[in-house]
Write a protein that binds this ligand. Structure first.
Ligand SMILES: Cc1cc2nc3c(=O)[nH]c(=O)nc-3n(C[C@H](O)[C@H](O)[C@H](O)COP(=O)(O)OP(=O)(O)OC[C@H]3O[C@@H](n4cnc5c(N)ncnc54)[C@H](O)[C@@H]3O)c2cc1C
Length: 553
């Protein structure tokens, strides 16, 4: 507990925990290893071990640097030529290169092994520990693949570079690079959730149609990762809203006129540059059918929503680990903080919540591999809205509570706990905010009864082991039945569906003790809203030990 290395002239520094660093973020995380194995990802363990070594090692520091030395925007070069250059700290490029080279953007599209989405999800989860901000371009690049496949001739040129496992952060044309990254630009000032309000207009340069060249004029109010090599952009055409691939460079080697207006000054997500842009006759290629832009881009959107689940699960897991680690290294009133009963209740509650979040994220990763199975495809459809809504919302309260476990040092910016808290709301806001997820769920409830039946079946597979859970599943079916007030009750309904899905996943695939504790805390007892209110008969020590990082390196 006492540190001789930190003496000062006036006092002895003691009772401060060692920082959680120089450790292997994969092998130290028993819960992540459990869920990777549970859903068929054992074959990826060596790769994840190597990945986790860097994440808990040099890349942890790279993440701190990338969030301290923020991206800066240079509109023109020193002679006044327009360059639209965003400069990042070298750490950012290091983080991007590491993730891409290990398959963060490509693995599920290149590997044949069952469990490929699960291993990739674990990678995305671990990467978030080092830096959630660079997770944004990584996610968009990964998620662009199914949307690009809507246009075979374009896909043929771009996909090999997207899945190449190479990172090249230089501001040069995409065709001069071995590997590329992609962004997406949908949101305009007058409407982000309602993209039908988009006014950016695309005019055909020659004949209209899929794969043809258009000229785009308009603006986008949010465009993250503006140094991406191309963007999937929604723009109006004579046939309605359509989806375009808009590269940053033209094929003749000139800059495609996508002018960055400025970078956003954001609450969190700082290593990731988010910009406002204008298209000034920018060239773009139509993906899929004209007028079917939402149908084309929704495949990308769905995967980025799924990645928000993983990202927020990771924020919660890291916050939990930091809280447990810190409290295990600090004494109060003569006893380690993590042995104080009330602190144990908070820590165990945080641990339960983050494991439940990871469990459904991994369940969805598994389902994504089996989209030709109607049950799994329907689960992806409905589970993405439920999981995105619930996990991203829970992360905000969760990261705050974990920060409080650290006391004052948690609140200062050189501690990762405060970064996790500032990061947490973004996953809830972008890619369809909370209410938009609820509206998506309502669409399923009112128009896709078969999908709802699959969700109920997924819950029912877990019945028979716990009476309280069984009763709650039947209660949910009644709640879904009365349709007339659903539009007002959607948050209540989605919340209940989320908790029961988490309980079902834990009961079916999880450790029995954890599943039992979760049902007791979240299904049987629902009147408390702060963390640290688990019923006292729950074995909190076991839950905390499971979540404790396993070694310090
Ligand atoms: C850091 C950051 C980076 C971003 N990066 C990108 C990017 O790269 N590309 C991109 O295209 N966009 C990006 N966005 C934009 C983001 O996706 C939008 O902000 C988001 O979709 C919400 O749109 P909006 O801001 O226009 O809010 P609005 O659409 O005005 O929504 C405001 C609120 O109203 C709610 N709401 C909307 N409709 C309804 C309804 N019918 N009933 C009830 N409630 C409703 C929403 O849930 C939300 O809470 C980014 C945003 C942030 C914060």
């Amino acid at each position: 507990m006492e540190s001789k290395n930190h003496q000062s002239d006036t006092h002895v520094v003691f009772n401060q925990p060692k920082p959680l660093e120089n450790y292997n973020a994969f092998t130290a995380d028993r819960i992540l290893q459990y869920w990777v194995a549970q859903f068929g990802g054992q074959w990826g363990e060596d790769r994840l071990t190597s990945f986790g070594g860097r994440i808990g090692g040099d890349l942890l520091e790279a993440g701190m640097n990338a969030n301290q030395f923020l991206p800066t925007f240079r509109p023109v070069d020193r002679f006044g030529y327009r360059i639209d250059q965003v400069d990042y700290h070298p750490s950012y490029h290091q983080l991007m290169a590491h993730a891409i080279e290990h398959g963060h953007c490509s693995m599920p599209w290149c590997e044949k092994n069952s469990g490929r989405h699960v291993v990739r999800a674990a990678m995305a989860f671990l990467h978030t520990h080092a830096d959630p901000g660079s997770g944004c371009p990584l996610t968009m690049t990964f998620a662009s693949v199914p949307a690009l496949q809507a246009q075979a001739d374009i896909a043929e040129k771009w996909l090999p570079k997207i899945v190449s496992g190479r990172y090249d952060g230089r501001n040069i044309p995409w065709y001069e690079k071995e590997g590329v990254t992609l962004g997406m630009a949908m949101t305009e000032k007058q409407g982000g959730s309602d993209v039908r309000a988009n006014t950016t207009y695309a005019t055909p340069c020659e004949a209209p149609g899929g794969g043809k060249r258009y000229s785009l004029v308009g603006h986008k109010w949010f465009c993250s990762a503006p140094m991406s090599d191309a963007f999937l952009v929604l723009a109006q055409t004579d046939h309605g809203l359509s989806c375009f691939l808009v590269p940053r460079w033209r094929e003749d080697g000139s800059k495609n006129p996508i002018h960055i207006q400025r970078l956003k000054d954001k609450l969190g997500n700082q290593s990731n540059a988010s910009s406002e842009i204008e298209f000034r006759d920018a060239q773009g290629w139509l993906l899929g059918e004209p007028g079917k832009g939402i149908k084309t881009i929704i495949q990308m959107v769905a995967l980025t929503r799924y990645d928000c689940m993983i990202g927020s699960s990771a924020l919660m897991a890291q916050a939990t680990k930091e809280a447990i680690w810190h409290t295990a290294g600090r004494e109060v009133f003569g006893k380690p903080l993590h042995h104080q009963p009330l602190m144990q209740n908070v820590l165990a509650d945080l641990a339960l919540e983050s494991e439940a979040a990871l469990a459904i994220s991994m369940r969805l990763a598994r389902a994504l591999e089996k989209l030709d199975n109607p049950h799994e495809a329907a689960l992806v459809r409905v589970g993405t809205a439920i999981g995105k809504y619930w996990i991203c919302k829970r992360a905000v309260q969760h990261t705050y509570e974990a920060m409080e476990c650290l006391g004052g040092v948690g609140y200062v910016n050189d501690n990762v706990a405060s970064r996790l808290y500032r990061e947490a709301p973004v996953n809830a806001i972008w890619e369809g905010s909370g209410n938009v997820q609820c509206l998506d769920l309502l669409r399923v409830l009112t128009r896709e009864p078969d999908t709802v039946s699959v969700f109920i079946a997924e819950l029912r597979y877990a019945t028979g082991a716990n009476d309280a859970f069984d009763r709650a599943v039947y209660g949910l079916e009644e709640q879904l039945g009365s349709a007339e007030t659903l539009a007002y009750r959607a948050r209540q309904v989605i919340e209940k569906m989320a908790i029961l899905w988490q309980a079902a996943t834990l009961l079916r695939y999880g450790e029995p003790d954890i599943a039992e504790a979760f049902v007791q805390a979240r299904v049987e007892t629902s009147e408390y809203h702060q963390y640290g209110t688990l019923p006292s008969h729950i074995d909190m020590t076991t839950i905390i030990s499971r979540a404790m990082p396993q070694s310090s390196g």
